[in-house]
Design a protein around this ligand. Structure first.
Ligand code: F6P
Length: 375
């Protein structure tokens, strides 16, 4: 008799709306349609290294489609550099052992860019792995979309809609900080959908003077409020050049001392960047004479019920994942491609970041409706 295929699944990296919908998609197709076995690992790669499992039956999967977060728990732990009892250890072999102990035929990893890199390490260690792309940042390479982005964009758009009330009633500038890591998809998408007057993204270094000029122009024609949607990774031209230079130093470092010095410089720049949105608001207040306030959306963007589009995407990717497993296709990420899906080798995804191309239609449209992009 043929052995029943046994799937292990984990969620890693930041939580994201639609993770449970994806777990359900994989699980229902695996357990029901294909008659496979299905087991969960808690808290990302840490739970896998520590062999902490969760039984996933049809009953466990019932009712989770609309639930935010992940029933499995998550973490940002990396297989090859995990802190165990106060010591950083390479847990790759422990992970391989866990997979053997649980008689896994395949490990499914749901995650963003970091997870794709970690999954590749496990592929190189000989494990059969399939990944699914999720992140509110939409920055995973080789896929049209990532689970969680649509929901987060909806939340950020609604926030901008609501911030308009205070901005126009009090004649203020409201600077709203939107997540996205080093990519501008979330700020750009929500900014356009919410009608932000200024949108600042990491891909386009900004000049504070240009932003102030655009806001003053609005004031002159009688619109004395403005909404500035700023991506958490957006930078002024000066800061952008400083970071580029430090990055290049790190890449060119020949010795460990040079590498450490460049890393320290990058760390200092990143620490300074943490206060960027507050600094920007102060500068705009000084330059325009309009009161400025800051709203940082933070984890609100990752929380709660996934949108219909994310539920659909998660279900499509999850079920396509089991189709690939059934065919014995491993070492791939299930990418969203148009209305369908496509397996892409994990090594073609890992280590890449999908940023907003400067000629992307969203950028062009934003410029056409006279949104200031800070350049
Ligand atoms: O990747 C998702 C994300 O929310 C990014 O937008 C943000 O930069 C990061 O995670 C925040 O990470 P943490 O969960 O560690 O605070």
């Amino acid at each position: 008799m043929e052995k029943t295929t046994r799937i292990g699944i984990l969620t890693a990296g930041g939580d994201s709306p639609g993770l449970n919908a994806a777990i359900r998609g994989v699980g229902k197709a695996a357990l029901g349609y294909y008659g496979m076995e299905f087991i969960g690992f808690r808290d990302g790669f840490r739970g896998l290294a520590e062999n902490r499992t969760m039984q996933l039956s049809k009953t466990t999967l019932a009712g989770i489609l609309t639930v935010g977060g992940t029933i499995l728990g998550t973490s940002r732990d990396k297989p090859h550099r995990m802190e165990i009892n106060g010591q950083v250890q390479d847990m790759t072999q422990a992970i391989v052992d866990t997979c053997k102990k649980n008689s896994l035929d395949v490990l499914v990893c749901l995650g963003g860019g970091g997870t794709q890199r970690n999954a590749l390490r496990l592929v190189k260690a000989g494990l059969p792995v399939v990944t699914l792309p999720k992140t509110i940042d939409n920055d995973v390479a080789m896929t049209d979309a990532t689970v969680g982005f649509d929901t987060a964009m909806g939340i950020a758009t609604e926030a901008i809609d609501r911030l308009h009330s205070t901005a126009h009633s009090h004649h203020r500038i409201v600077v709203v900080e939107i997540m996205g890591h080093r990519a501008g998809w979330l700020a750009l998408g929500a900014g356009i959908a919410g009608g932000a007057d200024v949108i600042l993204i990491p891909e386009i270094p900004y000049e504070v003077a240009s932003i102030a000029q655009a806001i003053r122009k609005r004031s002159r024609r009688g619109t004395n409020f403005s909404i500035v949607a700023v991506a958490e990774g957006a930078m002024s031209g000066v800061d952008w050049h400083a970071r580029e230079a430090a990055d290049q130093k790190r890449a060119a470092a020949q010795t460990e001392t040079d590498r450490q010095a460049a890393k320290l410089e990058l760390g200092t720049l990143d620490a300074r960047h943490a206060g960027n949105t507050m600094r920007l608001a102060r500068q705009l207040e000084e330059l325009t004479g309009l009161e400025s306030r800051v709203t940082i959306l933070g984890y609100v963007q990752r929380g709660g019920t996934p949108s219909p589009a994310d539920r659909l995407l998660a279900t499509r990717l999850g079920t396509a994942c089991t189709d690939l497993i059934d065919k014995g296709v491993f070492g791939v990420m299930v990418a969203a491609r148009g209305e369908g899906t496509e397996p892409v080798p994990i090594e073609e995804v890992a280590g890449k970041v999908k940023t907003v191309p400067l000629d992307h239609p969203w950028v062009e449209s934003a410029r056409r409706v006279e949104t200031c992009l800070g350049d």
